[in-house]
Design a protein around this ligand. Sequence first.
Ligand code: OXD
Ligand code: MN
Length: 603
Amino acid sequence: MSQHTSSITSSRLEALNHWVAAVAHLTRPDHIHWCDGSEAEAAALRAQMLADGTLLELNQQTHPGCYLHRSTPSDVARVEHLTLVCTRERDDAGPNTHWLAPDEAHAKIDALFDGCMRGRTLYVIPYCMGPIDSPLSRCGVEITDSPYVVANMRIMTRMGAPALARIEREGTFVKGLHSIGELDPERRFIMHFPEELTIKSYGSGYGGTALLGKKCHALRIASWQARQEGWLAEHMLIVGVEDPRGNIHYIAAAFPSACGKTNLSMLIPPEGYRHAGWKVWTIGDDICWMHPGPDGRLYAINPEAGFFGVAPGTDHGTNPNALASIQHDTIYTNVAVTADNQPWWEGLHEGTPVTDWRGRPYDSAHGPAAHPNSRFTVAARQAPSWSPMAEHPQGVPISAIVFGGRRPSLVPLVFQARDWAHGVLVGAAMGSETTAAATGAVGVLRRDSMAMKPFCGYNYGDYFAHWLSFDRPGMKLPQMFHVNWFRKGAGGKFLWPGFGENLRVLEWIIGRCTGAAGAQDTPIGLLPRASDLHSEGLALREGALDELLAVDLDGWASEVSDIGQYLDSFGTHTPARLHAERERIAAAIERARGALPHAKVAS
Ligand code: OXD
Ligand code: MN
């Protein structure tokens, strides 16, 4: 390993050196290692982790360069109740976050950090979120005592010497201090100090809480910075859809964790579409930073360089691109293994698990073989659908913004917002059933505005106002939509096949942006009629499309009243314009209910 020094000699890096020295003084590591991101460094760390059991080698014939990490069983997902936003004023963090005053928070977590790296190495990881030469990118430095974190950060970010050089040029960076501590849920906190551009995370090695560039920096801290600087940091995939004429339309889509963002970003078009010349290009699967460009359009970059994807459910049928990406040079976390040491998870149709995610002989009585939130970490460029535009310093122009969640009832397959303010309301009102990506009950419906409930670094009311502020002269804003792939019919079966077939909905969305697709006006927004969707070759059960495209006005009346109570929960921070928009829709629903005997707008 290189750079076994306690500091880097450069006066422009004084602040960084000073912080590293202060952290070392508090945490007392045996060694300090500045990561340069080189292959030699990665190989040395890998050898060390294989020797101490942090990584296990998988079958190198079938999966060259692939390794398995088994985490402590109580450290397998994000912990929202231990994730805090620590602003001076409680109101700035808002009721959507867990808040603690900064002084109290620092004292509490520094007591945990005190001496915690004795016998360990302190790694300094300079990283850049976004293409290294993009003016839209932002840098950070993570200090950690976990080599597994270093290995993951090397895949997920542009890490090492080039990032350090950029930090040296710019002089600013987000500070992230992480220790796995004792991996004890009773001694665990993930704290954010947006006013100090600082993150402190203790007691977990799980991706979302330990790879600080991801949720902590690129969403919670960046959303705060974005508000100050006039851009948007969002929990969105970015996908390019190429039509048969060769035009690529870029779409950003917000879905809560484990709701299929990775799948949608790597979608394989249905056969008929492929023959007609449709292609899908992946820019990002989780995070999107959007800045207004000189022409008034929103330009997006993916701040990440890799995917930290959910393994269960990934298969040839659901996401062949993801499956192809993770055949080599991938870190798997908490998956099961087969007799010949290949990774395995529920939903993978090849192989049989013999060892479960905890390393026990597999027994279905113990539950699933792979943890439901087991993950793969892989470089984005390994995806066959990876777009070279992901490295473009100016980003890609966004034509449509799509919101969506797991809504088993009521919410139609797709609808378009009338305008930006309506779209912001649709995003703010988003609801979804909870998933295994965070600890706690799974399958409970909760509001998750713009899929940012766990990730917004400030008061949601102010965040809605920030979104609305983009609606100003000179802007050429994207069209906004809501989709629901998760609608269930009688008998509890999904009505829509999802996966590749979702391109049919994206085609309609693109058609709405270019003016090529028709729609019918309803009180909740613009919906396709069945004839507006391309349904040739689509196998749906009788009546399913009508059900997917119907608007249940009675159901929507109570939904919109519930949305009103939700908006009220942010008090005076909720912009009046959002209330007015909700009232407009409520009134339109009431008018239509009065006019229609069956209170339903059919497709
Ligand atoms: C993720 C999440 O890991 O949202 O992307 O939890
Ligand atoms: Mn996510």
